[in-house]
Ligand binder design. Structure first.
Ligand SMILES: [Zn+2]
Length: 227
């Protein structure tokens, strides 16, 4: 099995987009070697489950945010995850790319909505030009939450097919909730790719915070535009 996952919708000229597995993780050298990118800069924000989106311009200092968008070329932007949802965005017309880290808090804060909104309002993206890839994360097969978490996620997402009540448990699917937020923001459903893999179901392939029952490594989602 391949150690980097390249969403088919984003296999196009001028852009590289991929999710890593645990063998690659977020290790710079392994990412560069497995992607064949050579010596490029990698920018990752300091993630704190916020709703903050930053625009990466020329300042490489690490700032607190859970989403990064950029027009800059020849830099990979990325997020680290171990059950949370990594999302890659790419505007094929205006050449803007971005990444989002969405756990339940970020999803409840509408971080993907805010990222699409920032691309539209600050960088003149049209949502109909944006392609989205939702990477491997914990899925509803393995993620049950309390009423409070569901209510928080629903507050940002609305009703939809992203949760199920089963045997008194609430099974929540954060990737589907994020997809619903994206569609509501005007993203074309045909422009959304979603991984079917669950990080908790495949602990030999992915880091899973819940499977490990505590601190563990991270895999990531990365995107960049290259000459
Ligand atoms: Zn699972």
């Amino acid at each position: 099995m391949r150690e980097i996952i390249e969403p088919p919708l984003l296999e196009r000229r001028g852009v590289r987009a991929f999710f890593t597995t645990r063998k690659i993780g977020v290790d710079r050298e392994r990412i560069l070697a497995s992607s064949g990118l050579g010596r490029v800069d990698i920018y990752q924000p300091v993630q704190e489950h916020t709703d903050r989106v930053i625009v990466l311009r020329h300042d490489n200092s690490r700032r607190v945010a859970d989403a990064v968008i950029t027009r800059r070329r020849n830099v990979l932007v990325g997020v680290s995850v171990a059950d949370c949802v990594p999302v890659i965005l790419f505007d094929s017309e205006r050449h803007i790319c971005g990444v989002v880290h969405a756990g339940w808090r970020g999803t409840a804060a509408g971080i993907l909505r805010r990222t699409i909104g920032a691309m539209r309002d600050e960088m003149y993206s049209r949502p109909s030009d944006i392609i989205i890839a939702i990477g491997p994360s914990i899925r509803w097969c393995c993620y049950s939450v309390g009423e409070d978490v569901l209510r928080a996620v629903m507050g940002a997402t609305g009703e939809g097919e992203y949760y199920e009540r089963r045997d008194g448990k609430i099974c929540l699917d954060l990737p589907s909730a994020n997809r619903a937020q994206a569609v509501d923001m005007g993203i074309n459903e045909d422009n959304i790719w979603m991984s079917t893999e669950c990080t908790y179901c495949y602990p030999e392939r992915f880091f899973s915070y819940r499977y490990a029952r505590g601190p563990t490594g991270r895999q990531g989602g990365f995107v960049g535009m290259f000459d």
